[in-house]
Design a protein around this ligand. Structure first.
Ligand SMILES: NC(=O)c1ccc[n+]([C@@H]2O[C@H](COP(=O)([O-])OP(=O)(O)OC[C@H]3O[C@@H](n4cnc5c(N)ncnc54)[C@H](O)[C@@H]3O)[C@@H](O)[C@H]2O)c1
Length: 300
């Protein structure tokens, strides 16, 4: 039998690891030899309050099975404190799992400034704060594995989640840029869109549906993306219910009107079928693939 993939000697930071998916990640890393910073603010699912119990309990669970872990209770908005905890306790950081999150679902016409701003602060700014604090360490050592968390609700759009969707796709944009910036330093950045039973989804889906969406079914993908043997970067994955699949962009061949020719909205309307036709579609991977389409249009 193959040897199990381990994280001996690696320092892993998991944000929001006091419950739900983050707890599973922390237990998995702790059980495979990593030194784990179990970060959790310990508030409620809407972002109110704080307490140390959630993170402490997970640290106790990891230590009870012989693993190494420390608790950290900072908000991800204060990302530098979380990375400092990794450095103070374990000397460095190798892996960052940006997982912490909250929800404030409300239809857009009723959304307050606070509903909007708090979601950006926790998800997008928090992810940036934690990642940017770790970044110089990862760059200097020429090694890093970062997993970001987005959501199908953001990729596809969902009623009542404009604040969440904006923040979560902001995270994907951040991941795409950092994957490019980290490439030459062996820092790999991937993003997951999980679905699993947790307090976050407890009221969003029927109980019988949630029963099979085990939180444990997300951590194998997170572990693999965080492992040194994995060469994937800039990936986006849907994961849940024992299923994992990669997503990618798709671009229609489109219609070139000619860069030196004036054309009108009537011309656009006339060629609409071609513009939205995905027959023989392309799958651009980077900015060069986008520029290539522009060059092709210039030649048309
Ligand atoms: N469960 C799902 O189906 C699902 C679907 C899509 C995306 N997600 C995302 O997965 C991640 C984990 O969600 P979950 O389902 O485990 O939810 P959860 O509520 O069980 O866990 C989130 C954890 O983050 C912590 N947290 C919240 N704000 C924090 C902050 N400012 N600083 C530090 N910790 C903070 C919470 O205390 C909590 O323990 C979230 O980013 C969520 O948006 C989950």
């Amino acid at each position: 039998m193959d040897e199990e993939l381990r994280f001996d000697g690696r320092v892993v930071v998991v944000t929001g690891a006091g419950g739900g998916l983050g707890r599973q990640y922390a237990l998995m890393f702790g059980g495979r030899g990593a030194k784990v910073v179990v970060n959790d603010l310990g508030g409620d699912e809407k972002g109110s309050g704080s307490c140390s119990t959630a993170a402490d309990n997970v640290v106790d669970e990891i230590r009870a099975t012989g693993g190494q872990a420390v608790a950290n209770y900072a908000s991800v908005e204060e990302g530098a404190l979380i990375i400092q905890a990794a450095v103070d306790n374990f000397g460095t950081v190798d892996v960052v799992i940006n997982n912490a999150g909250i929800l404030r679902d409300v239809s857009f016409h009723k959304m307050t400034d606070e509903d909007w701003t708090l979601l950006q602060r926790v998800h997008l700014n928090g992810t940036r704060a934690v990642t940017q604090a770790a970044w110089p360490i990862l760059r200097d050592k020429g090694y890093g594995r970062i997993v970001m968390t987005t959501s199908a609700a953001a990729i596809y759009g969902n009623f009542g989640q404009a604040n969440y969707a904006a923040a979560k796709l902001g995270i994907l944009g951040l991941a795409n840029a950092l994957a490019e910036e980290g490439r030459s330093r062996n820092i790999q950045v991937n993003t997951i869109a999980p679905i699993a039973a947790s307090r976050m989804t407890a009221t969003a889906f029927p109980q019988e549906f949630l029963a099979n969406l085990r939180a444990e079914a997300i951590s194998p993908l997170v572990g693999w993306l965080a492992h040194e043997n994995c060469s994937e970067t800039k990936g986006l994955f849907e994961v849940g219910a024992g299923y994992i699949a990669k997503l990618r962009w798709e671009r229609a061949l489109g219609h070139a009107f000619g860069a030196d020719r004036a054309f009108t909205l009537d011309d656009v309307a006339r060629h609409w079928g071609r513009i939205v036709d995905f027959t023989d579609a392309e799958h651009p991977l980077g900015l060069n693939d986008s520029l290539e389409a522009v060059e092709r249009a210039l030649r048309a």
